[in-house]
Design a protein around this ligand. Structure first.
Ligand code: AHR
Length: 495
């Protein structure tokens, strides 16, 4: 089997947007408590943040982190998490007890240490315009007002300067506390956005789109919501989680095909609303939750007891999951003309690339590696590549190419990086990339993530069972030639 990737240095789709390498920290399970925060842990710093988790976050190259939820935010009172008195509350979304030990000021401090921008979600499920204005005043107002002075009294003299704000979370989902119809939500989002802009015109605002491509209201929801707030918002959100359903691994390996279609359909819908409104403004996309999630396992066994930081949704990822994650990142990169922000959900312990044990080690799941390598290597521009590959039939996505590939090029150094997956479970595929249009580049480094056992995982006892390994590549007759093993993800740097 052979596939070809045709590239030309001048054929650019979009810049490599650093904000595509975002992540997500929700007050859910052990993402915050014993995830990023664990006073008393051997690596904890003066603020109680785990140094091992911080180091792994930096190694992953995370650029922006969404906080504090997720479903959690729809029942959250932000003021519970600031100052000396922290009430203990119920969190209905995850049937957990929230101690509020970590809140806005702590999270901003953590994000600074991680070198990441904060993306803050306000509660539009059970709250409204005034509470959104309040948290904005607390976070971003310089001083001289009640809430900005409260922030200063709580130890954060300078404003937090949060630029990116989500107007609620998954408001289309019937599971959401304070779930709304598209019309109810669109009006609330418009008025919240208008008020936030009165406070600070330069904010970037994300309105909730659909919580999955499969929602019965998908398309109609975006249409109504955007019609009501088109001029007030910058981005519309998309959420997608993938898992092998009914044992259909071939469809699972082609999850990026669904992500491509989802993105393109949201772009089409947003542009249709823009056309109807006779607007030249282009709405961009915030794919602020995406990942592999074995959701059906969670749904079969949801929490029944009220506990603090319970072990929830601690999926253990294998090689196949990592290949899918790498491929989803490729989909995000090639849509960088319209996808402005993306957050892998989540960062630690909860459907996460990083795992940590209380009092114990932190380690990299298989899915850590394609994220970290893509974030490190993708530079400059995304090229419009054309892949010609054999196809096979899948149950969920129809006929799909066995190979998917995308390339970036740094116009400064001329370096090109090719990212490629082989979705075939039994056969290697030879990938050829003619180098003529790329300005005389040669292979510099090449990595492959695969294993004879595609179900292999990393564990506390064997944390480096699955790591990217150097890959053999050659140049023959002016073309890069590389054999992609079955179920594999690759990154090849040429300079
Ligand atoms: O990331 C886990 C959950 O998935 C989030 O809380 C919610 O927004 C989505 O349904």
């Amino acid at each position: 089997l052979t596939a070809t990737l045709a590239l030309h240095a001048d054929d650019v789709v979009a810049p490599v947007r650093r904000r595509l390498f975002g992540s997500f920290v929700e007050h859910l399970g052990r993402c915050v408590y014993t995830g990023i925060h664990e006073p008393g842990h051997p690596t904890a710093d003066e603020d109680g943040f785990r140094g091992d988790v911080l180091a792994l976050t930096r190694e992953m190259g995370v650029s922006v982190v969404r906080y504090p939820g997720g479903n959690f935010v729809s029942g959250y009172r932000w003021e519970d998490g600031v100052g000396p008195d922290r009430p203990v509350r119920r969190d209905l979304a995850w049937r957990s007890i929230e101690t509020n030990e970590v809140g806005l000021d702590e999270f901003v401090r953590w994000a600074r240490k991680a070198g990441a921008e904060v993306m803050y979600a306000v509660n539009l499920g059970t709250r409204g315009v005034l509470e959104a204005l309040d948290v904005h005043e607390y976070a971003n107002h310089e001083g001289g007002t009640h809430l900005s002075e409260l922030r200063r009294a709580n130890g954060s003299d300078a404003p937090h300067g949060i630029r990116l704000w989500c107007l609620g979370n998954e408001m289309d989902g019937p599971w959401q506390t304070g779930h709304k119809t598209a019309h109810e939500y669109g009006r609330l989002a418009a008025e919240t956005a208008r008020a936030l802009r009165q406070a600070e015109p330069g904010l970037e605002l994300v309105v909730c789109g659909s919580s999955s491509h499969a929602m019965p209201t998908f398309g109609a929801w975006e249409d109504t919501v955007l019609e009501l707030c088109y001029d007030q918002v910058d981005h519309i959100s998309l959420h997608a989680y993938y898992e092998p359903l009914d044992g259909d691994v071939d469809s699972f390996l082609a999850s990026a095909v669904d992500m491509d279609r989802f993105i393109e359909q949201v772009v089409a819908t947003a542009d249709a609303v823009g056309a109807r409104l006779k607007s030249d403004k282009r709405i961009t996309l915030s794919f602020d939750e995406w990942n592999v999630w074995y959701l059906s396992r969670y749904q079969a066994d949801p929490p029944t007891e009220w506990r603090v930081a319970p072990r929830l949704i601690e999926d253990r990822y294998d090689v196949t999951d990592a290949v899918v994650v790498g491929n989803l990142l490729m989909s995000l990169l090639r849509h960088g003309d319209r996808v402005a922000v993306a957050c892998q959900a989540q960062l630690v312990n909860v459907i996460a690339p990083i795992r940590s044990e209380p009092g114990g080690p932190a380690w990299r799941q298989t899915t850590f590696h394609p994220f970290a390598l893509t974030s490190r290597l993708a530079r400059g521009d995304v090229l419009r590549g054309h892949v010609a590959a054999p196809t096979h039939a899948t149950g969920r996505h129809g006929e799909v190419p066995l190979v998917d590939a995308v390339a970036t090029r740094d116009p400064g150094s001329g370096e090109v990086v090719v990212f490629a997956v082989n979705r075939h479970r039994g056969e290697p595929v030879e990938l050829r990339v003619p180098l003529a249009g790329l300005g005389g580049v040669e292979p510099v480094e090449a990595w492959s993530l695969h294993d004879a056992d595609p179900t292999a995982t990393n564990t506390e006892r064997e944390p480096d069972r699955v790591v990217p390994r150097p890959l053999e590549v050659e140049v023959v007759d002016g073309a890069l030639r590389v054999v992609l093993p079955p179920v594999s993800w690759q990154a090849i740097r040429l300079g």
